[in-house]
Design a protein around this ligand. Structure first.
Ligand code: PMP
Length: 426
């Protein structure tokens, strides 16, 4: 570990939560240099929905490289890109009656968000964007301006203008927060400029697995239609099947104007994609560029994941099946400790949060104890107060249960240690 401590910047993050050197990985298992095996309930923050070194992806990439397929091609036409676009159209868009144009941006999520904001402003000729409390959209300047999460906002010292925040679903408990939004948009003197767009995640991943309801999303869509505001759904973390269906907004029956995709859309390789309705395609040729738009290896990886997992509903059904196992087990654990701790379990698909309400520091401690049990699970929420569950969608039932067993053991050991410490103090 010393080489990282000596030479890598203090900005290092996950290496501190999971302090070992990982060497190989397959499916939902990570293996370190000591041959210790860890069950991965983090999946690259939603990038490895199809598991580490997915067999289909691995084989296709090796074949492609051996055949001297194009690796880098700016945004020139390539066979890999042609095949990806055709497969995405046939397996994802067409069956859902979605008519979107595709734009490839630089290969990170924040690139897609920047592009979405720029396009919305360009089309509407308005500068304001409405974002929601606790949302996370990335750390480049425009994305940061629409990110609520204080951990990232506080120390950036940039101008975070042209964004107005509104309360996300559930922010005030049972109150319908869209009444507040509507009033501010309706009232020309509210001080909130009519936005070009709203941007939101349907399940706030970094923000603590806060889940927007179907009704809330539908009402948001109808307000946006009424006031000529575009809806941007940031599906970077919870798209690509994480919520069960391919897009996280499908369950609500809404059709966003713009969708951002990244993380798992590249089959584990860097790729970001913007989808938007054809009438919004008002770019001039080459107006928005990027050297790594269109990572051809990711096109190949993505195409094979679409071909192998999205031709039918098998993966969606498997996600819902495993969701039941995950949810029931987490609720059972929450119940076991209900006399001492108020624990809330929430989520959709295979994105779940486990929040200990009466002690914000516990989630981080659980994650530490879980690591000692060879389980990788991260925290989220503005104070890191929620343990996050994002296992690969392809995880086997056995490994999912084994991971949950380890999670329960970790909590047992943590709470026991806490009791012991307390009794030693008095
Ligand atoms: N939007 C969402 C919803 C995200 O979860 C993330 C990353 N966690 C981003 C945007 C930014 O993606 P990237 O880190 O690839 O820039």
């Amino acid at each position: 570990m010393r080489i990282f401590e000596n030479l890598e910047s203090e900005v290092r993050g996950y290496i501190r939560s999971f302090p070992t050197i990982f060497r190989t990985a397959k499916g939902a298992i990570l293996t370190d240099e000591q041959d210790e095996e860890y069950i991965d309930f983090f999946a690259g923050a939603g990038t490895l929905n199809y598991g580490h070194n997915n067999d289909y992806v691995q084989e296709a990439l090796i074949d492609y490289l051996k055949s001297d397929g194009i690796v880098h091609g700016l945004d020139m036409a390539t066979t890999a890109k042609k095949e990806f676009i055709q497969t995405f159209q046939d397996t994802i868009l067409k069956p859902r009656n979605l008519e979107y144009k595709l734009q490839f941006t630089g290969p990170t999520g924040t690139n897609a968000v920047e592009t979405a904001l720029k396009l919305a402003r360009l089309v509407k000729g308005r500068s304001n964007i409405v974002a929601f409390t606790n949302g996370y959209h990335g750390l480049s300047q425009g994305s940061l301006a629409v990110t609520g999460n204080n951990e990232y906002r506080d120390e950036s010292y940039i101008s975070r203008t042209n964004a107005t925040f509104m309360p996300f679903d559930g922010y005030f408990g049972d109150m319908n927060t869209l009444k507040y939004f509507r009033k501010f948009i309706e009232d020309g003197s509210s001080g909130v400029d009519l936005p070009a767009a709203v941007i939101l995640e349907t399940i706030q991943g970094e923000g603590g697995i806060n889940v927007a309801s179907k009704e809330w999303l539908q009402e948001l869509e109808s307000i946006c239609k009424e006031f000529d505001i575009l809806i941007i759904i940031d599906d970077i973390q919870v798209g690509n099947g994480r919520s069960g269906e391919f897009f996280s907004f499908e369950f609500a029956g809404i059709t966003p104007d713009i969708v951002t995709l990244s993380k798992s859309i590249g089959g584990g390789l860097p790729m970001a994609l913007l989808l938007f309705k054809a009438d919004l395609d008002q770019w001039k040729p080459g107006e928005h560029t990027g050297t790594f738009r269109g990572n051809n290896l990711a096109f190949v990886a993505s195409r094979v994941t679409l071909e192998n997992y999205w031709q039918n509903d098998d993966l969606t059904n498997a996600v819902f099946y495993k969701e039941n196992i995950l949810k029931n087990r987490l609720e059972k654990i929450a119940k076991k400790y209900e006399d001492e701790y108020t624990i809330v379990v929430r989520g959709r698909g295979l994105a779940y949060g486990f929040e200990v309400k009466n002690d914000k520091s516990i989630a981080g401690q659980i994650s530490e104890y879980a690591f000692k049990e060879n389980l990788i699970c991260e925290t989220c929420g503005s104070d890191g107060q929620v343990v996050k569950f994002l296992p690969p969608l392809t995880i086997s039932e056995d490994l999912l249960v084994e991971g949950l067993d380890r999670f329960e053991t970790a909590i047992e050991k943590l709470f026991l240690d806490k009791k012991q410490k307390l009794s030693e103090e008095f």
